[in-house]
Design a protein around this ligand. Structure first.
Ligand SMILES: NC(=O)c1ccc[n+]([C@@H]2O[C@H](COP(=O)([O-])OP(=O)(O)OC[C@H]3O[C@@H](n4cnc5c(N)ncnc54)[C@H](O)[C@@H]3O)[C@@H](O)[C@H]2O)c1
Length: 316
């Protein structure tokens, strides 16, 4: 299959591109190497992809509508996997308008290109954050009720609606996957696990926000498996949670890291605005429609991530 991956130089995109190349698919990537985090790191991701096979790379900004549409027509993929976005809840509170550009407008440009180029299927990277503040029980897809609590989450929810519009207008199979806190090798440096490991390796104190919360941490290998299944095993539009289905509390995470960093020093701070207290994926629909099953338990996932950090210390 010919697959166009937007945001392919990012954390999840690079893992997904490697998987697709290993499975003999034809891969094209669009990424503007946005400096939200180190551009050097993104170039390193591209080198990792290169070691898995050849692919086309276009350093293009999806905010340029004409160029985006032309490029999609030129590549003419069977599937678009749209991962490009400005991520991060905390930054979205500081710069909300940037999220309207990068997470909504850019998505509409890609959808417009997909429609005009006759793309058959579109996979959109949405987020567990669209659920907003929820009670302590598994989140089912229909529980997202338009009550996000950060500009990032609101932008993802809006982008989901545009996906629905374009699926309807152009008859594209629209696969909206809601990822739950993704971690693993090459993990995004602004996210808790990667940030903690970097600081702990340097002997620095880590800052823990809020108390009592939990996250459905999902290993990146499981996320890209779910994406691959959605492309290859599903011939309809759907909104699906892709998570691990088991929440991990902050104390469990800290205990797991203490195995590797027993001298850990922790500074506690209050809740951060925009952060939800907990996430917990109900993955029964993904199981049923895709045959999705997360494989990496949290201890193994952390072991793999710490081992990666040892090997690639200079990129942390
Ligand atoms: N990492 C997670 O835990 C998580 C959870 C839920 C959803 N998601 C979503 O998954 C997707 C990938 O996340 P990630 O963690 O790999 O982030 P990332 O920042 O590592 O990757 C995003 C990539 O998109 C590129 N990009 C951004 N704006 C662009 C534009 N206008 N034109 C071209 N390229 C652009 C960036 O340069 C970057 O390489 C995002 O849509 C994110 O919102 C991630």
């Amino acid at each position: 299959m010919k697959i166009l991956i937007t945001g392919g130089a990012g954390f999840i995109g690079s893992h997904f591109a490697v998987k697709m190349l290993k499975e003999q698919h034809e891969v094209a990537i669009i990424d503007n190497l946005h400096p939200y985090y180190s551009v050097e790191r993104k170039k390193q991701h591209l080198d990792v992809i290169k070691s898995a096979g050849t692919f086309q790379f276009y350093q293009t900004d999806l905010l340029d509508q004409d160029e985006t549409i032309d490029m999609i027509k030129k590549v003419s993929p069977e599937a678009i996997v749209h991962l490009a976005a400005l991520p991060g809840v905390a930054y979205s509170i500081l710069r909300p308008l940037e999220y309207i550009d990068y997470d909504i407008k850019a998505t509409v440009n890609v959808l417009e290109g997909a429609g005009r180029a006759g793309v058959k299927q579109f996979l959109f990277a949405s987020s567990s954050s669209v659920y907003g503040m929820m009670k302590n029980k598994p989140f089912k897809e229909e529980m997202a009720a338009g009550k996000p609590i950060s500009p990032y989450a609101a932008s993802k929810y809006a982008a989901e609606s545009f996906c629905h519009v374009y699926g309807h207008l152009y008859g594209i199979d629209m696969k909206i996957l809601r990822f739950f806190t993704v971690y693993g090798p090459w993990g995004r440096p602004d996210m808790a696990i990667a940030n903690f490991i970097k600081k702990l390796k340097a002997g620095e104190e880590i800052t823990v926000f809020g108390e009592g919360g939990s996250r459905d941490y999902t290993y990146v290998g499981d996320i890209v498996n779910g994406m691959s299944l959605a492309l290859q095993n599903l011939e309809q539009s759907a909104i699906l949670n892709i998570g691990s289905g088991r929440p991990i509390s902050m104390n469990q995470l800290l205990d797991e890291l203490k195995i590797y960093f027993p001298d850990m020093k922790i500074k506690r701070e209050g809740d951060r605005a925009g952060d939800v207290e907990r996430t917990w994926a109900d993955i029964s629909l993904a199981r049923e429609l895709l045959g999705y099953e997360p494989e990496i338990d949290f201890s193994k996932g952390i072991a793999e991530t710490v081992a990666w950090a040892e090997q690639y210390e200079k990129y942390l």
